[in-house]
Design a protein around this ligand. Structure first.
Ligand code: HEC
Length: 126
């Protein structure tokens, strides 16, 4: 309810909009990204930090930034999963090191709504 209240959405209106009231919230995704992911990732093309740039990452081939030193595990995953589509991002971000033993990134987004919001935000970075 807190998020609904914050978006200035009256209860009756939210009910009327139903599912759309819960559609991915890009602003929340940006907020989460800037608070967390941005410590290790840039959204600028060609800028790698602790992690590789996430510019245009949605539908980008996995481990494809040539001047970034990926772990062996991430390179191996790229042969199975191929690209960072929404499904793979969602699985990965749930718990990177549990889903993919051996990757360097340990930061997780356990909440499904927050993950959807972060992915929606990443989709907007092109
Ligand atoms: C503490 C640092 C850190 C944080 C915080 C972090 N990451 Fe990462 N991330 C990494 C590292 C390091 C890698 C490279 C992993 C490897 O090679 O095993 C990576 C890899 C990735 C990749 C794969 C990119 C590619 O080119 O294949 C994605 C996607 C990603 N991170 C998304 C995120 C998102 C979204 C967040 C925030 C919710 C986040 N990361 C938070 C360090 C971090």
């Amino acid at each position: 309810m807190k998020r609904l209240a914050a978006s200035g959405c009256a209860f009756a209106i939210c009910l009327a909009f139903g599912a759309s009231a819960w559609a991915a919230d890009v602003a929340n995704g940006k907020f989460i990204f800037e608070k967390t992911c941005a410590n290790c990732h840039s959204i600028d093309a060609g800028v790698n930090k602790v992690g590789p740039t996430l510019f245009d990452v949605v539908d980008r081939p996995i481990a494809s930034i040539h001047d970034y030193d990926y772990s062996r595990k991430m390179r191996a995953v790229s042969k199975q999963w191929k690209v960072w589509d929404e499904k793979n991002l969602n699985t990965y971000l749930t718990n990177p090191r549990q889903v993919l033993h051996g990757v360097k990134m340990f930061f997780a987004v356990p909440d499904a709504k927050d993950r959807a919001d972060v992915i929606a935000y990443l989709t907007s970075i092109k």
